[in-house]
Design a protein around this ligand. Structure first.
Ligand SMILES: Nc1ncnc2c1ncn2[C@@H]1O[C@H](COP(=O)(O)OP(=O)(O)OP(=O)(O)O)[C@@H](O)[C@H]1O
Length: 228
């Protein structure tokens, strides 16, 4: 298994409400093999995003284990999590976190450079992805700060697919894309599966999830009874 969660639980402490502890997840168990794409489903508020953030190490689990390529994210030191994100685990979030003054081409090439890819090769791959996602080359030397929402989203996707991560988290990767770009992104996901990536995704786009997901996990099964 590339991604393996066992009995993961999570609660939030609301410090502005008398430190009330709200359990939001209990007994979350999930395994994803190389080449497999698992779609997270369940009603709004069931915990799909929370589960993704736990896997990426943004949230600390209260208990359980979260193995990604052999590293237990639930126990790992911050340094190990950064290493995991560099080499093993990619995350395409819904929005690009724009770094001011960095040209779009370098934003996309950066994950490749951070694993030691030669700059020409990294930029070549970035250019190929930006072209495929219809970002005109006159924009490549500009910071995405001023790009439209849709352009920023496509730069974000290009960045997420620049390096071939063995494990990938996708949060609504096709949301608000036009038909042509949506098809390109679905092709990137299928390509990642074909080279053996283990993928966990949230897709509100039903046709998209039917096309790329091998199976679905309903996170409502992990909602604590008291909170349901
Ligand atoms: N930082 C937080 N502090 C307190 N409660 C939170 C926090 N983040 C999420 N929650 C709660 O955890 C539960 C799960 O939220 P989550 O965002 O994971 O749901 P979701 O399934 O992704 O929903 P949606 O489909 O609407 O995005 C919700 O009840 C939410 O209110």
């Amino acid at each position: 298994m590339m991604i393996e969660l066992q009995n993961v639980s999570k609660s939030f402490t609301l410090h502005n409400q008398g430190s009330a502890v709200i359990p939001v997840m209990e007994g979350a168990t999930l395994s994803v093999k190389p080449g497999e794409c698992v779609g997270l489903v369940g009603a709004s508020g069931a915990g799909k995003s929370t589960l993704m953030r736990l896997i990426y190490g943004n949230y600390l689990a209260a208990s359980g284990s979260i193995l990604v390529g052999g590293t237990d994210v639930a126990q790992a030191e911050p340094r190990e999590i950064l290493e995991l994100r560099r080499k093993t685990l990619g995350y395409v979030s819904q929005f690009l976190r724009v770094v001011p003054r960095v040209p779009a081409l370098d934003v996309v090439a950066e994950p490749l450079l951070s694993v030691g890819t030669p700059i020409e090769e990294a930029r070549e791959k970035a250019a190929q992805l930006l072209t495929g996602l219809n970002i005109p080359d006159r924009l490549w030397s500009l910071s995405p700060t001023t790009f439209s929402g849709g352009e920023q989203q496509r730069v974000n996707i290009a960045r997420g697919f620049a390096y071939d991560y063995p494990a990938l988290l996708l949060d609504e990767p096709t949301a608000s894309l036009d038909a042509q770009n949506r098809a390109t992104v679905l092709g990137l996901i299928e390509g990642a599966k074909a080279r053996g990536a283990a993928i966990v995704g949230i897709f509100h786009d039903e046709a998209a999830r039917e096309q790329v997901c091998d199976r679905f996990v309903d996170v409502s099964g992990f909602t604590p009874r008291a909170a349901a």
